[in-house]
Design a binder for this molecule. Sequence first.
Ligand code: HEC
Ligand code: HEC
Length: 448
Amino acid sequence: MAVLFVRAAGRRPAVAAFAAAAAAVAALVVPGSAVAAGAAQPAVPSAAQPPVVQNAAQAAPPVYSDAAALGKLLFNDPALSASGRMSCATCHSPSHAYGPPNGLAAQFGGPDLRSQGTRAVPTLRYVLNRTPRWVHVQASSFAERVTDADAAPTGGFTWDGRFNRLQDQATFPLFNPNEMANRDPVKVVAQIEHAPYGARFRQVFGDTIFATPAAALRQAMYAIERFQLEDPSFHPYTSKFDYYLDGKVQLSAAELRGKRLFDDPTSGNCASCHLDQSGVNGAHPLFTDYTFEALGVPRNPELRANRDPAYYDEGLCGPLRTDVASNKAYCGLFKTPTLRNVATRAVFFHNGRFHTLRDALRFYVERDTDPAKWYPKDAHGRVQKFDDLPVALRVNVDTTDEPLTRKAGGRPAWNERDIDDVIAFLKTLNDDYPLDNGPHAQKVAGGR
Ligand code: HEC
Ligand code: HEC
Protein backbone atom coordinates (compact mmCIF):
# COMPACT_ATOMS: atom_id res chain seq x y z
CA MET A 1 0.00 0.00 0.00
CA ALA A 2 2.68 2.40 1.04
CA VAL A 3 4.72 1.61 -2.01
CA LEU A 4 1.77 2.17 -4.30
CA PHE A 5 1.16 5.52 -2.74
CA VAL A 6 4.74 6.61 -3.15
CA ARG A 7 4.83 5.41 -6.70
CA ALA A 8 1.71 7.33 -7.59
CA ALA A 9 3.05 10.46 -5.93
CA GLY A 10 6.40 10.13 -7.61
CA ARG A 11 4.83 9.65 -10.96
CA ARG A 12 3.09 12.96 -10.89
CA PRO A 13 4.77 14.87 -13.66
CA ALA A 14 7.09 17.66 -12.65
CA VAL A 15 5.29 20.12 -14.84
CA ALA A 16 5.98 22.96 -12.50
CA ALA A 17 9.64 22.12 -12.09
CA PHE A 18 10.15 21.73 -15.80
CA ALA A 19 8.17 24.81 -16.67
CA ALA A 20 10.12 26.75 -14.07
CA ALA A 21 13.40 25.56 -15.54
CA ALA A 22 12.29 26.44 -19.04
CA ALA A 23 11.06 29.81 -17.82
CA ALA A 24 14.35 30.41 -16.07
CA VAL A 25 16.19 29.70 -19.28
CA ALA A 26 13.82 31.93 -21.20
CA ALA A 27 14.24 34.73 -18.70
CA LEU A 28 18.00 34.56 -19.04
CA VAL A 29 17.99 35.01 -22.75
CA VAL A 30 16.40 37.60 -24.96
CA PRO A 31 12.72 37.59 -23.98
CA GLY A 32 10.65 35.65 -26.45
CA SER A 33 13.73 34.07 -27.98
CA ALA A 34 12.71 31.43 -30.48
CA VAL A 35 15.22 28.97 -29.07
CA ALA A 36 13.92 29.06 -25.54
CA ALA A 37 10.29 29.22 -26.53
CA GLY A 38 10.65 26.32 -28.92
CA ALA A 39 12.48 24.26 -26.35
CA ALA A 40 9.48 23.93 -24.10
CA GLN A 41 7.41 22.41 -26.88
CA PRO A 42 6.92 18.64 -26.95
CA ALA A 43 8.57 16.59 -29.67
CA VAL A 44 6.93 16.89 -33.06
CA PRO A 45 5.34 13.48 -33.53
CA SER A 46 6.31 11.79 -36.74
CA ALA A 47 3.48 10.86 -39.06
CA ALA A 48 4.20 7.17 -38.73
CA GLN A 49 4.07 7.05 -34.97
CA PRO A 50 1.95 8.13 -32.07
CA PRO A 51 3.15 11.14 -30.11
CA VAL A 52 6.08 10.54 -27.84
CA VAL A 53 6.17 11.26 -24.14
CA GLN A 54 9.18 13.48 -24.32
CA ASN A 55 9.37 15.23 -21.02
CA ALA A 56 7.59 15.93 -17.80
CA ALA A 57 5.16 18.26 -19.49
CA GLN A 58 3.29 15.14 -20.56
CA ALA A 59 2.07 12.58 -18.05
CA ALA A 60 2.86 8.89 -18.25
CA PRO A 61 -0.15 6.96 -19.49
CA PRO A 62 -2.07 5.12 -16.79
CA VAL A 63 -1.94 1.73 -18.53
CA TYR A 64 0.97 -0.41 -19.54
CA SER A 65 0.89 -0.49 -23.31
CA ASP A 66 1.38 -3.57 -25.49
CA ALA A 67 4.31 -1.76 -27.04
CA ALA A 68 5.96 -1.40 -23.62
CA ALA A 69 5.52 -5.11 -22.90
CA LEU A 70 7.15 -5.89 -26.20
CA GLY A 71 9.86 -3.35 -25.51
CA LYS A 72 10.77 -5.20 -22.35
CA LEU A 73 11.45 -8.36 -24.37
CA LEU A 74 13.53 -6.42 -26.89
CA PHE A 75 15.48 -4.66 -24.12
CA ASN A 76 16.46 -8.01 -22.64
CA ASP A 77 17.16 -9.94 -25.86
CA PRO A 78 20.86 -10.69 -26.50
CA ALA A 79 19.98 -12.07 -29.94
CA LEU A 80 19.72 -8.47 -31.10
CA SER A 81 23.51 -8.08 -30.96
CA ALA A 82 26.27 -9.18 -33.33
CA SER A 83 27.81 -11.28 -30.54
CA GLY A 84 24.47 -12.84 -29.65
CA ARG A 85 25.48 -12.22 -26.05
CA MET A 86 24.70 -8.57 -25.37
CA SER A 87 21.37 -6.89 -24.76
CA CYS A 88 20.53 -3.43 -23.49
CA ALA A 89 20.19 -5.07 -20.07
CA THR A 90 23.80 -6.31 -20.18
CA CYS A 91 25.01 -2.77 -19.60
CA HIS A 92 21.86 -1.30 -18.07
CA SER A 93 21.33 -4.04 -15.51
CA PRO A 94 17.80 -4.13 -14.10
CA SER A 95 19.21 -5.32 -10.77
CA HIS A 96 21.66 -2.39 -10.67
CA ALA A 97 19.17 0.44 -11.11
CA TYR A 98 19.63 0.01 -14.88
CA GLY A 99 23.27 1.00 -14.47
CA PRO A 100 26.39 -1.09 -15.06
CA PRO A 101 26.61 -4.46 -13.27
CA ASN A 102 30.35 -3.98 -12.65
CA GLY A 103 32.98 -1.33 -11.96
CA LEU A 104 34.43 -1.16 -15.47
CA ALA A 105 35.17 2.36 -16.64
CA ALA A 106 33.50 1.40 -19.92
CA GLN A 107 31.94 -1.88 -21.02
CA PHE A 108 33.23 -4.24 -23.69
CA GLY A 109 31.07 -4.93 -26.73
CA GLY A 110 31.49 -5.67 -30.41
CA PRO A 111 31.11 -8.99 -32.26
CA ASP A 112 33.52 -10.71 -29.84
CA LEU A 113 32.81 -8.55 -26.78
CA ARG A 114 36.36 -7.23 -26.84
CA SER A 115 35.87 -3.66 -28.02
CA GLN A 116 35.89 -1.21 -25.17
CA GLY A 117 33.51 1.73 -25.14
CA THR A 118 34.62 5.22 -24.21
CA ARG A 119 32.12 6.21 -21.53
CA ALA A 120 30.70 4.90 -18.28
CA VAL A 121 27.19 3.46 -18.38
CA PRO A 122 24.67 5.85 -16.84
CA THR A 123 21.70 4.66 -14.81
CA LEU A 124 18.40 4.73 -16.71
CA ARG A 125 16.32 5.03 -13.56
CA TYR A 126 14.13 8.07 -12.95
CA VAL A 127 15.66 10.49 -15.42
CA LEU A 128 14.30 9.30 -18.74
CA ASN A 129 10.69 10.48 -18.56
CA ARG A 130 11.74 13.79 -17.04
CA THR A 131 14.66 14.65 -19.30
CA PRO A 132 13.91 17.94 -21.05
CA ARG A 133 14.67 18.42 -24.71
CA TRP A 134 18.15 19.63 -25.49
CA VAL A 135 18.32 23.40 -25.18
CA HIS A 136 21.17 25.35 -26.65
CA VAL A 137 21.08 28.95 -25.62
CA GLN A 138 24.08 30.48 -27.21
CA ALA A 139 25.55 33.58 -25.63
CA SER A 140 25.79 36.26 -28.24
CA SER A 141 29.00 37.76 -26.89
CA PHE A 142 31.84 37.03 -24.54
CA ALA A 143 30.45 39.65 -22.12
CA GLU A 144 27.22 37.72 -22.01
CA ARG A 145 29.04 34.48 -21.43
CA VAL A 146 30.73 35.73 -18.30
CA THR A 147 27.62 37.32 -16.91
CA ASP A 148 24.36 35.82 -15.79
CA ALA A 149 22.93 36.46 -19.24
CA ASP A 150 24.37 33.15 -20.32
CA ALA A 151 22.57 29.93 -19.44
CA ALA A 152 24.18 26.52 -19.33
CA PRO A 153 22.94 24.13 -22.03
CA THR A 154 20.38 21.61 -20.78
CA GLY A 155 18.75 18.30 -21.57
CA GLY A 156 18.79 15.58 -24.18
CA PHE A 157 19.84 11.96 -23.73
CA THR A 158 23.36 10.54 -23.12
CA TRP A 159 26.29 12.29 -21.47
CA ASP A 160 26.36 14.84 -24.29
CA GLY A 161 22.61 15.27 -24.82
CA ARG A 162 22.79 14.40 -28.50
CA PHE A 163 19.43 12.59 -28.71
CA ASN A 164 16.06 14.15 -28.07
CA ARG A 165 14.01 11.02 -28.42
CA LEU A 166 14.61 7.69 -26.74
CA GLN A 167 13.70 5.83 -29.92
CA ASP A 168 16.52 7.64 -31.72
CA GLN A 169 18.92 6.97 -28.87
CA ALA A 170 18.13 3.23 -28.89
CA THR A 171 19.42 2.72 -32.42
CA PHE A 172 22.86 3.97 -31.38
CA PRO A 173 23.96 1.03 -29.16
CA LEU A 174 22.37 -1.42 -31.59
CA PHE A 175 24.73 -0.36 -34.38
CA ASN A 176 27.70 1.04 -32.44
CA PRO A 177 30.77 -1.18 -33.13
CA ASN A 178 31.75 -1.02 -29.42
CA GLU A 179 28.36 -2.11 -28.23
CA MET A 180 25.80 -4.38 -29.88
CA ALA A 181 27.68 -3.93 -33.15
CA ASN A 182 25.00 -4.83 -35.68
CA ARG A 183 25.74 -3.79 -39.24
CA ASP A 184 22.60 -4.59 -41.09
CA PRO A 185 19.23 -3.27 -39.89
CA VAL A 186 17.48 -5.88 -42.02
CA LYS A 187 19.20 -8.64 -40.06
CA VAL A 188 18.12 -7.13 -36.75
CA VAL A 189 14.56 -7.04 -38.00
CA ALA A 190 14.85 -10.69 -39.12
CA GLN A 191 15.96 -11.59 -35.58
CA ILE A 192 12.88 -9.91 -34.19
CA GLU A 193 10.64 -11.61 -36.73
CA HIS A 194 11.96 -15.04 -35.77
CA ALA A 195 12.21 -14.40 -32.05
CA PRO A 196 9.72 -16.11 -29.73
CA TYR A 197 7.94 -12.74 -29.52
CA GLY A 198 7.79 -12.29 -33.34
CA ALA A 199 4.12 -13.19 -33.48
CA ARG A 200 3.34 -10.75 -30.70
CA PHE A 201 5.19 -8.05 -32.58
CA ARG A 202 2.84 -8.67 -35.52
CA GLN A 203 -0.18 -8.50 -33.26
CA VAL A 204 0.88 -5.14 -31.88
CA PHE A 205 2.22 -3.47 -35.01
CA GLY A 206 0.25 -5.17 -37.79
CA ASP A 207 0.42 -8.38 -39.80
CA THR A 208 2.51 -6.91 -42.57
CA ILE A 209 4.94 -5.02 -40.37
CA PHE A 210 7.93 -7.21 -41.28
CA ALA A 211 7.39 -6.55 -44.98
CA THR A 212 8.90 -3.10 -44.38
CA PRO A 213 12.06 -3.59 -42.31
CA ALA A 214 12.58 0.14 -41.80
CA ALA A 215 9.11 0.46 -40.30
CA ALA A 216 9.62 -2.65 -38.16
CA LEU A 217 12.87 -1.29 -36.78
CA ARG A 218 11.24 2.03 -36.01
CA GLN A 219 8.45 0.30 -34.13
CA ALA A 220 10.97 -1.83 -32.23
CA MET A 221 12.75 1.32 -31.09
CA TYR A 222 9.43 2.86 -30.19
CA ALA A 223 8.59 -0.25 -28.13
CA ILE A 224 11.88 0.03 -26.24
CA GLU A 225 11.12 3.67 -25.59
CA ARG A 226 7.67 2.83 -24.23
CA PHE A 227 9.17 0.19 -21.93
CA GLN A 228 11.69 2.65 -20.55
CA LEU A 229 9.04 5.29 -19.96
CA GLU A 230 6.19 3.14 -18.70
CA ASP A 231 7.69 0.30 -16.72
CA PRO A 232 7.45 1.03 -12.98
CA SER A 233 10.91 -0.49 -12.46
CA PHE A 234 12.33 2.72 -13.96
CA HIS A 235 10.75 4.89 -11.29
CA PRO A 236 10.07 2.94 -8.13
CA TYR A 237 10.53 5.83 -5.62
CA THR A 238 11.35 3.34 -2.87
CA SER A 239 14.37 5.03 -1.34
CA LYS A 240 14.64 6.08 2.26
CA PHE A 241 14.78 9.66 1.03
CA ASP A 242 11.42 9.27 -0.74
CA TYR A 243 9.88 7.88 2.43
CA TYR A 244 11.46 10.74 4.35
CA LEU A 245 9.87 13.27 1.98
CA ASP A 246 6.54 11.56 2.53
CA GLY A 247 6.97 11.79 6.29
CA LYS A 248 7.20 8.03 6.75
CA VAL A 249 10.71 7.80 8.15
CA GLN A 250 13.24 10.09 9.74
CA LEU A 251 16.79 10.60 8.58
CA SER A 252 19.54 9.87 11.08
CA ALA A 253 21.66 12.68 12.51
CA ALA A 254 24.54 11.76 10.18
CA GLU A 255 22.25 11.66 7.12
CA LEU A 256 20.75 15.04 7.99
CA ARG A 257 24.16 16.54 8.54
CA GLY A 258 25.25 15.10 5.19
CA LYS A 259 22.24 16.69 3.55
CA ARG A 260 23.09 20.06 5.05
CA LEU A 261 26.65 19.84 3.73
CA PHE A 262 25.27 18.78 0.35
CA ASP A 263 22.85 21.73 0.27
CA ASP A 264 24.97 24.51 1.79
CA PRO A 265 25.93 26.95 -1.00
CA THR A 266 29.10 27.91 0.87
CA SER A 267 30.14 24.30 1.46
CA GLY A 268 29.35 21.38 -0.89
CA ASN A 269 26.87 23.39 -2.93
CA CYS A 270 25.98 20.08 -4.58
CA ALA A 271 22.25 20.74 -4.67
CA SER A 272 22.78 23.68 -7.01
CA CYS A 273 23.17 21.14 -9.81
CA HIS A 274 21.97 17.91 -8.19
CA LEU A 275 18.55 19.33 -7.20
CA ASP A 276 17.09 17.84 -4.04
CA GLN A 277 13.93 19.88 -3.46
CA SER A 278 10.49 18.52 -4.34
CA GLY A 279 8.65 20.20 -7.20
CA VAL A 280 5.82 22.59 -6.39
CA ASN A 281 3.37 19.79 -7.21
CA GLY A 282 5.13 17.35 -4.89
CA ALA A 283 7.18 15.55 -7.53
CA HIS A 284 10.16 14.03 -5.78
CA PRO A 285 13.55 15.43 -6.78
CA LEU A 286 15.85 13.55 -9.16
CA PHE A 287 19.16 15.09 -8.08
CA THR A 288 19.95 16.56 -11.46
CA ASP A 289 19.05 19.78 -13.27
CA TYR A 290 20.09 18.25 -16.62
CA THR A 291 22.61 21.04 -17.22
CA PHE A 292 26.05 20.55 -18.73
CA GLU A 293 29.27 21.36 -16.90
CA ALA A 294 32.99 20.75 -17.29
CA LEU A 295 34.29 19.48 -13.98
CA GLY A 296 37.81 18.69 -15.12
CA VAL A 297 37.64 15.00 -14.17
CA PRO A 298 41.17 13.57 -14.63
CA ARG A 299 42.00 11.52 -17.72
CA ASN A 300 41.36 7.83 -17.23
CA PRO A 301 44.18 5.50 -18.31
CA GLU A 302 41.74 2.57 -18.08
CA LEU A 303 40.14 3.72 -21.33
CA ARG A 304 41.92 2.30 -24.37
CA ALA A 305 40.93 5.30 -26.46
CA ASN A 306 43.14 7.39 -24.16
CA ARG A 307 46.28 5.57 -25.30
CA ASP A 308 46.21 8.00 -28.18
CA PRO A 309 47.44 11.26 -26.63
CA ALA A 310 45.60 13.21 -29.32
CA TYR A 311 42.24 11.67 -28.36
CA TYR A 312 39.97 13.67 -26.09
CA ASP A 313 36.35 13.10 -25.20
CA GLU A 314 35.07 16.67 -25.29
CA GLY A 315 31.44 15.92 -24.51
CA LEU A 316 29.28 18.50 -26.27
CA CYS A 317 32.12 19.08 -28.76
CA GLY A 318 32.46 15.46 -29.77
CA PRO A 319 33.68 13.13 -31.03
CA LEU A 320 30.31 11.44 -30.47
CA ARG A 321 28.32 14.63 -30.78
CA THR A 322 28.95 16.78 -33.83
CA ASP A 323 26.24 19.42 -34.20
CA VAL A 324 27.49 21.99 -31.69
CA ALA A 325 31.23 21.33 -31.93
CA SER A 326 31.91 24.79 -33.32
CA ASN A 327 31.00 26.39 -29.99
CA LYS A 328 34.31 26.03 -28.18
CA ALA A 329 32.79 27.32 -24.94
CA TYR A 330 30.96 24.01 -24.72
CA CYS A 331 33.95 21.71 -25.13
CA GLY A 332 34.47 19.41 -22.17
CA LEU A 333 30.93 19.78 -20.86
CA PHE A 334 28.93 16.70 -19.82
CA LYS A 335 25.41 16.35 -18.52
CA THR A 336 24.81 16.35 -14.77
CA PRO A 337 23.76 12.80 -13.85
CA THR A 338 21.13 11.89 -11.28
CA LEU A 339 22.54 10.87 -7.91
CA ARG A 340 19.71 8.47 -7.16
CA ASN A 341 21.21 5.03 -6.48
CA VAL A 342 24.68 6.55 -6.90
CA ALA A 343 25.96 4.71 -3.81
CA THR A 344 25.27 1.39 -5.57
CA ARG A 345 27.64 2.26 -8.43
CA ALA A 346 31.28 1.21 -8.71
CA VAL A 347 32.16 3.65 -11.47
CA PHE A 348 31.75 7.43 -11.51
CA PHE A 349 31.79 10.31 -14.01
CA HIS A 350 31.56 10.15 -17.81
CA ASN A 351 34.99 8.56 -18.20
CA GLY A 352 34.66 6.18 -15.26
CA ARG A 353 37.74 7.67 -13.64
CA PHE A 354 36.71 6.90 -10.04
CA HIS A 355 35.56 3.63 -8.54
CA THR A 356 34.39 4.63 -5.11
CA LEU A 357 31.88 7.26 -4.12
CA ARG A 358 34.38 8.48 -1.55
CA ASP A 359 36.98 9.24 -4.20
CA ALA A 360 34.38 10.99 -6.35
CA LEU A 361 33.52 13.21 -3.38
CA ARG A 362 37.14 13.77 -2.42
CA PHE A 363 37.80 14.89 -5.97
CA TYR A 364 35.18 17.61 -5.70
CA VAL A 365 36.61 19.10 -2.53
CA GLU A 366 40.32 18.53 -3.17
CA ARG A 367 40.56 19.17 -6.91
CA ASP A 368 41.78 22.71 -6.31
CA THR A 369 43.28 22.49 -2.84
CA ASP A 370 45.52 19.54 -3.73
CA PRO A 371 45.71 19.22 -7.53
CA ALA A 372 48.88 17.10 -7.43
CA LYS A 373 46.83 14.36 -5.84
CA TRP A 374 44.54 14.13 -8.88
CA TYR A 375 46.54 15.10 -11.94
CA PRO A 376 49.86 13.87 -13.37
CA LYS A 377 52.96 16.05 -13.70
CA ASP A 378 54.65 16.97 -16.96
CA ALA A 379 58.39 16.58 -17.68
CA HIS A 380 59.09 19.82 -15.82
CA GLY A 381 57.25 18.69 -12.74
CA ARG A 382 54.26 20.94 -13.35
CA VAL A 383 50.88 19.54 -12.43
CA GLN A 384 48.70 19.07 -15.51
CA LYS A 385 45.44 20.30 -14.08
CA PHE A 386 42.38 19.31 -16.14
CA ASP A 387 44.56 16.94 -18.18
CA ASP A 388 41.59 15.28 -19.93
CA LEU A 389 41.10 18.33 -22.14
CA PRO A 390 43.41 19.93 -24.71
CA VAL A 391 45.31 22.81 -23.07
CA ALA A 392 43.39 25.49 -24.99
CA LEU A 393 40.04 24.19 -23.73
CA ARG A 394 40.88 23.91 -20.05
CA VAL A 395 39.45 27.40 -19.47
CA ASN A 396 36.01 25.81 -19.84
CA VAL A 397 36.36 23.90 -16.59
CA ASP A 398 34.14 25.21 -13.82
CA THR A 399 36.14 27.25 -11.30
CA THR A 400 33.32 29.53 -10.22
CA ASP A 401 30.84 27.23 -8.47
CA GLU A 402 31.56 26.13 -4.90
CA PRO A 403 33.37 23.96 -3.94
CA LEU A 404 35.48 24.32 -7.11
CA THR A 405 36.84 27.77 -6.29
CA ARG A 406 39.56 27.04 -3.77
CA LYS A 407 43.28 27.75 -4.00
CA ALA A 408 46.07 25.16 -3.88
CA GLY A 409 47.07 24.62 -0.28
CA GLY A 410 43.73 25.92 0.97
CA ARG A 411 41.34 24.03 3.18
CA PRO A 412 39.00 21.59 1.41
CA ALA A 413 35.28 22.32 1.81
CA TRP A 414 34.87 18.95 3.54
CA ASN A 415 37.03 16.78 5.76
CA GLU A 416 36.79 12.99 5.86
CA ARG A 417 34.13 13.07 8.54
CA ASP A 418 32.03 15.41 6.46
CA ILE A 419 32.43 13.03 3.54
CA ASP A 420 31.25 10.14 5.76
CA ASP A 421 28.06 12.05 6.43
CA VAL A 422 27.46 13.03 2.82
CA ILE A 423 27.90 9.39 1.85
CA ALA A 424 25.38 8.44 4.54
CA PHE A 425 22.98 10.94 2.99
CA LEU A 426 23.60 9.74 -0.56
CA LYS A 427 22.92 6.16 0.57
CA THR A 428 19.39 7.25 1.44
CA LEU A 429 18.89 7.59 -2.33
CA ASN A 430 19.22 3.83 -2.84
CA ASP A 431 15.96 2.18 -3.83
CA ASP A 432 14.38 -0.81 -2.06
CA TYR A 433 14.54 0.69 1.39
CA PRO A 434 12.73 -1.73 3.69
CA LEU A 435 9.74 0.15 5.00
CA ASP A 436 7.21 -0.95 7.61
CA ASN A 437 6.91 -4.49 8.81
CA GLY A 438 9.38 -7.21 8.11
CA PRO A 439 12.74 -7.99 9.61
CA HIS A 440 14.12 -4.51 8.99
CA ALA A 441 11.41 -2.57 10.78
CA GLN A 442 13.67 -2.06 13.79
CA LYS A 443 16.28 -0.38 11.66
CA VAL A 444 13.77 2.04 10.21
CA ALA A 445 12.54 3.04 13.60
CA GLY A 446 16.12 3.59 14.68
CA GLY A 447 16.71 5.86 11.74
CA ARG A 448 19.57 3.62 10.59
C1 HEC B 1 27.89 -1.84 -24.18
C2 HEC B 1 27.08 -1.21 -23.13
C3 HEC B 1 25.73 -0.64 -23.52
C4 HEC B 1 24.69 -1.28 -24.17
C5 HEC B 1 24.65 -2.70 -24.72
C6 HEC B 1 23.62 -0.33 -24.21
N1 HEC B 1 23.98 0.84 -23.61
FE1 HEC B 1 22.78 2.44 -23.26
N2 HEC B 1 24.37 3.50 -22.66
C7 HEC B 1 25.65 3.02 -22.54
C8 HEC B 1 26.56 4.12 -22.37
C9 HEC B 1 28.08 4.03 -22.22
C10 HEC B 1 25.79 5.29 -22.40
C11 HEC B 1 26.29 6.73 -22.38
C12 HEC B 1 26.50 7.03 -23.86
C13 HEC B 1 27.01 8.39 -24.21
O1 HEC B 1 27.08 9.29 -23.38
O2 HEC B 1 27.36 8.58 -25.39
C14 HEC B 1 24.41 4.85 -22.56
C15 HEC B 1 23.32 5.73 -22.58
C16 HEC B 1 22.00 5.32 -22.69
C17 HEC B 1 20.84 6.17 -22.55
C18 HEC B 1 20.84 7.65 -22.18
C19 HEC B 1 20.57 7.82 -20.71
C20 HEC B 1 20.45 9.26 -20.27
O3 HEC B 1 20.16 9.50 -19.09
O4 HEC B 1 20.66 10.18 -21.07
C21 HEC B 1 19.76 5.40 -22.79
C22 HEC B 1 18.30 5.81 -22.74
C23 HEC B 1 20.24 4.06 -23.10
N3 HEC B 1 21.60 4.05 -23.02
C24 HEC B 1 19.42 3.00 -23.49
C25 HEC B 1 19.93 1.84 -24.06
C26 HEC B 1 19.13 0.89 -24.81
C27 HEC B 1 17.65 1.02 -25.07
C28 HEC B 1 19.98 -0.10 -25.21
C29 HEC B 1 19.66 -1.32 -26.08
C30 HEC B 1 19.11 -1.03 -27.38
C31 HEC B 1 21.29 0.22 -24.67
N4 HEC B 1 21.22 1.41 -24.02
C32 HEC B 1 22.39 -0.59 -24.81
C33 HEC B 1 26.02 1.69 -22.59
C34 HEC B 1 25.27 0.70 -23.19
C1 HEC C 1 28.10 22.90 -11.28
C2 HEC C 1 27.24 21.75 -11.25
C3 HEC C 1 27.61 20.65 -10.26
C4 HEC C 1 27.86 20.79 -8.92
C5 HEC C 1 27.89 22.03 -8.08
C6 HEC C 1 28.09 19.45 -8.44
N1 HEC C 1 28.00 18.55 -9.46
FE1 HEC C 1 28.22 16.54 -9.30
N2 HEC C 1 28.16 16.37 -11.30
C7 HEC C 1 27.97 17.42 -12.18
C8 HEC C 1 28.28 16.98 -13.52
C9 HEC C 1 28.19 17.80 -14.79
C10 HEC C 1 28.70 15.64 -13.43
C11 HEC C 1 29.22 14.75 -14.56
C12 HEC C 1 30.61 15.26 -14.93
C13 HEC C 1 31.44 14.34 -15.78
O1 HEC C 1 31.22 13.13 -15.78
O2 HEC C 1 32.36 14.86 -16.44
C14 HEC C 1 28.58 15.28 -12.01
C15 HEC C 1 28.83 14.01 -11.51
C16 HEC C 1 28.74 13.66 -10.17
C17 HEC C 1 28.94 12.34 -9.63
C18 HEC C 1 29.18 11.07 -10.46
C19 HEC C 1 27.86 10.36 -10.69
C20 HEC C 1 27.90 9.24 -11.69
O3 HEC C 1 26.87 8.56 -11.87
O4 HEC C 1 28.92 9.04 -12.36
C21 HEC C 1 28.81 12.43 -8.27
C22 HEC C 1 28.93 11.30 -7.27
C23 HEC C 1 28.54 13.81 -7.97
N3 HEC C 1 28.49 14.53 -9.14
C24 HEC C 1 28.35 14.32 -6.69
C25 HEC C 1 28.39 15.67 -6.40
C26 HEC C 1 28.57 16.21 -5.08
C27 HEC C 1 28.68 15.38 -3.81
C28 HEC C 1 28.63 17.55 -5.22
C29 HEC C 1 28.91 18.59 -4.14
C30 HEC C 1 30.25 18.51 -3.57
C31 HEC C 1 28.44 17.87 -6.61
N4 HEC C 1 28.30 16.70 -7.30
C32 HEC C 1 28.39 19.15 -7.13
C33 HEC C 1 27.57 18.69 -11.86
C34 HEC C 1 27.72 19.24 -10.59
